[in-house]
Design a protein around this ligand. Structure first.
Ligand SMILES: C[S@@+](CC[C@H](N)C(=O)[O-])C[C@H]1O[C@@H](n2cnc3c(N)ncnc32)[C@H](O)[C@@H]1O
Length: 362
């Protein structure tokens, strides 16, 4: 009795996995297009009225015509762009934004596989413990390219009100620290919005801090006088920072530290007694079974990024905790309490559906 059912299930699994393999190819080719600026070039010169020849797209993107023709053909067969009978191409105007944004996302995903060969060894019993940040030369930039437009919309409008500090930020005089600040996108948005407060971003990655230091006030183009960035290990912050900050923030930068426990203790030390610590982290229950039930397909992105990046990064020393993205609410709350925080509020962030905000008090 159960046989036809089993064979139907097997057939549909085979079909689903076959489609994934096909989509993986599309994704690689779209990432290539993003990397080379081919979508932008096509969008700039091709339209339904005046579709573009491969040579025109190639010239616009400073690429070789023969290769670009192959790529355009692939994109057309995948139904991402349009092709005419005389082999000219265009992107439908209503599709441009989605295609370009999706290609950037695929490019980001592609960049996380940069140390793929080393990763294979890391998983082996006798292989290296993990991967260093330096193995990911483009991932962080691409990640920030994907999330920066969303931060511009939501950080000031939606995140800050959840922490309930906007009036004090507007009044001024507060000191704010961003831990694992990356290229400084969050701090520069806040420094511009709240000019009477003082902002510091720290990150262990020198390249990220270099980039952060080059940020300018977007409306005036001037250098910030209320914002500084320092290379610093969050598990061992400046020893003179005791009760120094009114607000400490972490955006997606706790679970992939090797010693997040020490980092949380350091945050407790540097926070003023009436200060607030807000940590935006990946949403999760701390149970794979429950995550699967609760988030379904939405769990795929954080779990995959953990397999390819966050876990190997967070495991790269003998004493590393190796949390991974799916450490979840139970583990996060208990680590925050172990670090000394007496109260932890867990706040939903519907505008960032993969995240949750932990607001902690001394
Ligand atoms: C996923 S990125 C997030 C960056 C930034 N907060 C954002 O949202 O764009 C994680 C960051 O944590 C930083 N990081 C990891 N371990 C660190 C440590 N021990 N001390 C300081 N920064 C660290 C990494 O260099 C990286 O920039």
């Amino acid at each position: 009795m159960s046989e036809p059912n089993n064979s139907n299930q097997l057939e549909s699994l085979q079909q689903r996995l076959g489609n994934i393999a096909k989509h993986q190819l599309i994704s690689y080719c779209m990432a290539l297009g993003d990397q080379l600026g081919l979508f932008d070039a096509l969008a700039a010169i091709g339209s339904e009225e005046h579709p573009a020849k491969p040579k025109e797209v190639a010239d616009k993107a400073d690429c070789k015509e023969r290769y670009v023709k192959e790529w355009l053909g692939m994109m057309a067969c995948a139904d991402v762009i349009e092709v005419t009978e005389d082999e000219k191409f265009f992107i439908k105007p209503e599709n441009k934004e989605v295609v370009i944004a999706s290609a950037a996302q695929m490019s980001m995903i592609m960049s996380v596989t940069e140390p793929y060969k080393k990763l294979v060894d890391v998983y082996k019993k006798n292989g290296p413990l993990g991967l260093p940040y330096s193995d990911f030369t483009t991932f962080y930039n691409k990640l920030s390219k994907v999330h920066e437009p969303f931060d511009k919309i939501h950080l000031i409008r939606d995140v800050i009100p959840l922490i309930a500090v906007q009036e004090r930020l507007e009044a001024g005089g507060l000191r704010i620290l961003d831990v694992g600040c990356g290229n400084g996108s969050h701090m520069s948005l806040m420094a511009e919005k709240y000019p009477k407060c003082q902002f510091i971003g720290i990150d262990i990655a020198e390249a990220a801090i270099q980039e952060a230091k080059s940020r300018r006030n977007e409306s005036t183009g001037a250098a910030f006088d209320n914002l500084e960035f320092q290379v610093m290990d969050a598990s061992q912050m400046n020893s003179s920072w005791i009760d120094s900050f009114d607000l400490v923030l972490i955006f997606d930068a706790c679970h992939d530290q090797m010693r997040p426990d020490l980092c949380l203790r350091e945050i407790h030390r540097v926070l003023k007694s009436d200060g607030r610590f807000a940590m935006l982290e990946i949403k999760g229950t701390s149970s794979i079974y429950k995550d699967k039930q609760m988030f379904g397909q939405a769990a795929i992105t954080p779990y995959s990024l953990s397999v390819l990046h966050c876990l190997p990064i967070a495991s790269n020393s003998e004493d590393a905790l190796g949390l991974g993205t799916a450490w979840g609410q139970v583990r996060a709350e208990s680590m925050l309490r172990e670090a000394g925080f007496s109260k932890v509020d867990i706040v939903e962030t519907p505008f960032f559906p993969l995240n949750v905000l932990y607001i902690s008090y001394k």
